[in-house]
Ligand binder design. Structure first.
Ligand code: GLC
Length: 554
């Protein structure tokens, strides 16, 4: 009998949904999302048509950085649930065909982690302190920080302890950096990987993956030479060991890196066959809504990935960046942490149109795609949260000038017409959501959008189904007018995106599968995208969204 060809591993072309657990669904009514809420809402993800779920950290944490300050890597925060529930969630998701990706934070721990408490309790020079970066200060009395680095969250990345030594934290003071030259640090993280792989996790998302290894001399940042902590060559050995751990499982587990390394060739080194499987493509996310810019990003991404044989990833949003519906309605549509500010004007209708078109562009590209919760509802960034409700250290450490990242972390609206819009489960009258939801989100709930063919949710549902059945093969650009992106995938599929200010004629014969906006007189409007099957019968109803293809689930 002929052997079935092996299907490619799931992570090569998966649509991965990102759940921010505290803001997804609240099962126990305390206003904070939790694992019970997620378990009850898994059908939403099945209905949406994704293949995998990445959960932001759910571990015990003092919440000084939205859970990225972990005090125990082998447990679940009591506010979110229990380890037993996490195991059930992973198993239930798997039963529904959803792979689980858990978030691993290797660069730093919480200052409440037992290792750091022990380090603080031990004297300078003790073995307990060697797991971190403790140093004497500069200046006559050691009153100056040991070097000139800057925290990723603003301010200096050094905090002085009671006995006069300083410790390094690239993020908040409550997130001391681990010393990755220490064998116990390496061994501990491999054990943590195994802990979650043993519980059924299909992969891990590796937080701040490019920052772990520091130059042991911790020298000042200088204009030339290797960076003292970003993208150090020694890091690759760490990920080779992790790959061996991942490959020791059946099926092998996937390693997905959060690697903010702008140089495409340096980025691709992390994706060599014995290192990470994939890494987030932040270049694409940061680009403005501009055809030439996006095309250049797509080309350079594909060119950098090809030699290492790794699939590209496509990301438009996550829990750290401004929501697309808001960003694309601004005069400057790039994403840049340094440019974040209060009060940037946006045109919501324009932003929404472009976010819809961007979704069809992204879902048509070869590789895996990441979809941040709420993007499928077209949620805007919430830009008017009361200042006293903001939690993000990026806001607080900026002295209040940076709005921070809370605006994209507001709890999801599920149903009903007033807050909490079904976020908080029934029987929980007191559960005010931990971040307030806007009063005008009634039309954005899952309930309100379900069945409405013009809704963002139905656009995503249809697109994700078509992506599974209709879109395969390499990308080939087509000639297109200025401001228009046009490419084919496989023998029959074409994606057109009009980023120019005027409608463009659709001169490719074929069946219109889906468009992000109504078509007018065989023209694709400005800021709209169209998927079509070339050569197939043209649908009569081409003025609207037409889904002519039978939708079969994989
Ligand atoms: C990553 C996370 C971000 C967090 C930071 C520190 O960038 O995505 O949310 O604040 O790492 O762990």
């Amino acid at each position: 009998m002929a052997q079935q060809p092996e299907s490619p591993p799931w992570w090569r072309d998966a649509a991965v949904y990102q759940v921010y657990p505290r803001s997804f669904a609240d099962g126990d009514g305390d206003g904070v999302g939790d694992l019970a809420g997620i378990r009850a809402r898994l059908p939403h993800l099945v209905e949406l048509g994704v293949d995998a779920v990445w959960f932001n950290p759910w571990y015990p944490s003092p919440q000084k950085d939205g859970g990225y300050d972990i005090s125990d890597y082998r447990a679940v925060d009591p506010a979110l649930g229990t380890l037993d529930e996490a195991e059930k969630l992973i198993a239930e998701a798997a039963g529904l065909g959803l792979h689980t990706i858990v978030d691993i934070v290797p660069n730093h721990v919480s200052d409440r982690h037992p290792w750091f408490r022990a380090a603080l309790a031990a004297p300078p020079g003790s073995p307990e302190r060697e797991r971190f970066h403790f140093r004497d200060g500069r200046g006559e009395h050691g009153e100056l920080p040991p070097n000139n680095w800057r925290s990723e969250f603003g301010g200096r990345p050094w905090t002085r302890t009671a006995d006069g030594q300083w410790y390094l934290h690239l993020f908040a003071a409550e997130q001391p950096d681990l010393n990755w030259d220490h064998p116990e640090v390496r061994a501990e993280h491999e054990a943590v990987l195994r802990f979650w792989f043993d519980r059924g996790a299909a992969g891990v998302r590796i937080d701040s993956a490019g920052l772990l290894v520091k130059d042991p001399a911790l020298p000042d940042l200088a204009p030339d030479g290797p960076h003292p902590y970003v993208d150090r060559d020694e890091l690759h050995q760490v990920y080779r060991s992790w790959r061996a751990v991942a490959d020791s499982y059946h099926p092998p587990r996937a390693l997905i890196g959060e690697v903010w390394v702008p140089d495409a060739e340096r980025f691709a080194r992390y994706l060599r066959p014995d290192e990470l499987h994939t890494a987030f493509n932040f270049d694409f996310l940061a680009r403005p809504w501009d055809a030439a810019q996006l095309r250049e990003s797509i080309d350079s991404t594909l060119a950098a990935h090809a030699p290492v044989g790794a699939p590209a990833t496509w990301v438009l949003a996550n829990h750290d960046v401004t929501r697309t519906a808001t960003r694309y309605g601004r005069a400057d549509t790039r994403f840049d942490f340094a440019a974040k500010a209060f009060g940037i004007p946006t045109d919501p209708a324009l932003g929404r149109r472009r976010a819809r078109a961007a979704a069809l562009l992204t879902l048509a590209l070869p590789g895996s795609v990441y979809l941040y919760q709420g993007e499928e509802l077209g949620l805007p960034e919430v830009e008017d949260l009361p200042l006293d409700r903001l939690r993000d250290p990026m806001h607080h450490r900026s002295g209040g000038t940076d709005p921070g990242r809370d605006g994209c972390r507001v709890p999801l609206p599920w149903s009903g017409t007033t807050p909490p819009y079904g976020f908080t489960g029934p029987g929980a009258a007191t559960g005010e959501p931990w971040l307030p939801q806007p009063a005008d989100w009634a039309a954005l709930t899952v309930e309100a959008q379900t069945g409405d063919p013009d809704s963002v949710l139905e656009l995503y549902r249809t697109a994700l189904r078509l992506r599974r059945t209709r879109i395969t093969g390499a990308l080939r650009w087509r000639p297109a007018p200025e401001g228009v992106l046009a490419f084919d995938r496989g023998p029959g599929f074409t994606c057109l995106v009009n980023l120019s200010p005027r409608p463009v004629p659709i001169d490719i014969p074929g069946e219109h599968l889906l468009s992000s906006d109504a078509l007018t007189d065989r023209h694709l409007p400005s800021d709209a995208a169209l998927w079509l099957l070339r050569g197939a019968r043209r649908e009569p109803g081409e003025r609207g969204r037409t889904v002519a293809a039978p939708m079969t689930k994989r």
